[in-house]
Design a protein around this ligand. Sequence first.
Ligand SMILES: [Zn+2]
Length: 132
Amino acid sequence: MDTYNPDINLSSAVLRCPYSQCNARIITPKCNVVKRIETGIPFIKVGEDVSTDAITDNFIIVDDVWDFDNIGVSKPTDQFVESGVKVERLIICSECDRGPLGFAFFDNDDEKDVKKLKYAVHLDSFVYDLKQ
Ligand SMILES: [Zn+2]
């Protein structure tokens, strides 16, 4: 199992829960587009060389909840990330409830339909199962 690094081809990797007793399969991303978002949210981090006070984090954006193999979501929150996006839910592992592993948000402030939620998946929060 690997931790995140920018050379990983995300669309050929399985992202798994970082808790070694769990390792549930969370998602195989469909895209490789990494987005940096300042959040200030204390996401779970894997590996000792990752700074815990980093405020700019790497994410992929997932448009469809059905892309996930396993995902849990928190109750609605009133938290905002530092770039001004409203966090609607926090993402957790549905098998062991550990997290947060990312967050869910709406593209449009007026949106209320949970089916339109988008998911920002925090890349440092996973272990990577690389299919060669
Ligand atoms: Zn888990």
